[in-house]
Design a protein around this ligand. Structure first.
Ligand code: XMP
Length: 529
């Protein structure tokens, strides 16, 4: 395992990903972590970049114990400065913040002048790299030497004379540094000597064993599924591990996509064999949502109602399970709640800066734990989204599902901008269905990260036949995004938009106009509410 200490750079998680792409398991932890609390012995440590300056009063610093562990350490950007700060070098502000591409000249050593440092072996004489820093090394720490320089940074890459301590000013983890992957590979595979044996097949095997150990021979687990990638993959993995002792619940909240509940049932239950109960609670949800306009209110109602319905259903399942076991012991009891938590959520919650400000209260099922006294089981908590997709493929989950766009918990309710009514839900379901169907037909689904139709609470004048119409407007949105923290609008071929617009205005009663949203995030968000 490679330990990555996060000093708050926006690229920290990318370092983790690059290591895992080399099939080496890497774990990101806050830079303030104490070595004594570590549950594993790392084979190497990488220190990330940071928005701080090492001399700031509140600058974060690593446990000094890392330097006596005897494992190789690579400092990236702030990480380099942190190593220098700790080894009596000096760091100074640059005249200008350096941001963009630079060329690193790799230093040559040895009698024949032909050797380069082990970190750069096989990477050539120059390397294009991405720089983003306001500070740089101004005085080398004693016992270090330069292994690479740029025109503005004489100490762009340094190494200790005898220990495996490295610092680089640039960011090898971003794709703008074309040889960055190779460089991280040099560190992880050659210098740290990690074996590339972390594969998804291996992960499945280990995770199944771990789940079986946690649950014991009789333990029961329940979990909510939505039809999304994460909950489906988590459910299938649980099914592989403990069969029907895992029970999935899908709540139809009345604001799902058209025919969604049916499709999820067919796929999860019929195709994948997961023990699933679909609860049609649409009437309850829609009656509680009726006429509600405020977005946070919508989220709250859906979140709370979801908890009510889920708990009632879980109690029924528990009762049935106890009967099945002749009521002998309390073994029929459900002890665990499955959650599809992913690594980015974990990173967010362990960040030494604390979770970021809440723009929208994203609905989750955390409330269930408080009331039901269930223990949490999170088989995906070490994985990134694309790793979950790879896992899904290995678990034979059909490709269209594995590639599915995310869909928010509060569903279409937050895509109806005015008051929610049954009528409005129906209009939006139809428009959304046509939109997604046409995107699939045009073979564009996998190029888009998320696509949605939004029903606007305004009316516009139109003409149909010889008659004047006065009807509502549908807005279409499609974005591309890496992580949904930022997003760009998708540039559809015009003929696709034309077809979608024509079908929606012709086929959906109550709509006479379609617009396309060309806002990026920021300043807009992905959803309209
Ligand atoms: P925003 O609108 O915040 O969306 O830019 C970013 C991503 O989050 C999803 N989203 C939600 N997901 N409950 C969810 O489960 C919510 O309340 C919610 N609001 C936004 C959104 O669909 C996008 O993928």
């Amino acid at each position: 395992t490679i330990l990555i200490l996060d000093f708050g750079s926006q690229y920290s998680h990318l370092i983790t990903r690059r290591c895992r792409e080399l099939n080496v398991y890497a774990e990101l932890m806050p830079c303030t972590s104490k070595l004594a609390d570590l549950k594993f012995k790392p084979k190497g440590i990488i220190l990330s970049g940071s928005p701080y300056s090492v001399y700031d009063d509140d600058a974060p610093h690593a446990d000094p114990g890392i330097y006596t562990l005897g494992v190789p350490i690579l400092g990236i950007c702030y990480g380099l400065q942190e190593i220098c700060w700790n080894h009596k070098g000096q760091v100074a502000k640059c005249d200008h913040r350096e941001y963009g591409l630079a060329e690193v000249q790799i230093s040559r050593f040895g009698e024949s002048g032909n050797s380069v440092d082990a970190l750069f072996e096989g990477l050539g004489d120059q390397m294009q790299v991405w720089m983003s820093h306001g500070d740089q090394l101004s005085v080398m720490p004693p016992d270090f030497h330069v292994i690479g320089r740029t025109s503005t940074a004489p100490y762009a890459a340094i190494a200790h004379n005898s220990k495996s301590l490295y610092g680089i000013q640039f960011h090898p983890e971003v794709t703008h540094s074309p040889q960055g992957r190779q460089l991280i590979g040099r560190f992880v595979l050659n210098i740290c000597q990690c074996r590339p044996n972390w594969t998804m097949e291996e992960f499945i095997g280990k995770e199944i064993v771990r789940i079986r150990e946690i649950c014991g021979p009789k333990g029961r687990v329940i979990g909510a599924v939505s039809g999304g990638v994460d909950s489906t993959v988590a459910a299938k993995l649980m099914h592989e591990a403990i069969g029907d002792r895992f029970h999935a619940i899908m709540v139809d909240n009345g604001v799902l996509r058209l025919n969604e509940a049916q499709q999820v049932n067919d796929m999860l239950n019929k195709d994948l064999g997961v023990n699933l109960t679909v609860v049609d609670a649409s009437e309850l949800f829609l009656s509680r949502l009726d006429g509600v306009e405020d977005p946070e209110q919508k989220r709250k109602i859906i979140g709370n109602t979801f908890i009510n319905v889920f708990e009632t259903e879980a109690a029924k399942i528990e009762e049935a399970a106890e009967k099945e076991e002749n009521g002998a012991t309390a073994k029929g009891k459900i002890e665990w709640l499955l959650q599809g938590t992913l690594y980015p959520d974990v990173i967010e919650s362990i960040s030494f800066k604390g979770p970021s400000a809440t723009i929208k209260t994203h609905h989750n099922v955390g409330g269930l734990l408080k009331d039901m006294k269930l223990k949490l089981i999170e088989p995906l908590r070490e994985l990134f989204k694309d790793e979950v997709r790879a896992l899904g493929r290995l678990l034979s989950i059909p490709a269209p599902l594995v590639q599915r766009h995310p869909f928010p918990g509060p569903g279409l309710a937050i895509r109806i901008l005015g008051p929610v009514t049954r009528e409005q839900v129906k209009i939006l379901q139809q428009a959304d269905h046509i939109y997604i169907e046409e995107i699939r037909k045009a073979n564009l689904y996998n190029q888009i990260s998320q696509a949605m139709a939004i029903l606007l609470p305004v009316k516009a004048v139109g003409v149909m036949g010889d008659k004047r119409t006065y009807e509502q407007v549908i807005a279409l949105r499609a974005v591309t995004s890496e992580d949904f923290m930022t997003a760009d609008w998708y540039a559809f071929p015009p003929e696709v938009l034309r077809r979608i617009s024509s079908r929606i205005t012709n086929e959906v009663n109550g709509i006479n106009r379609v617009t396309y949203d060309i806002s990026s995030k920021p300043p807009a968000t992905v959803e309209w509410l």
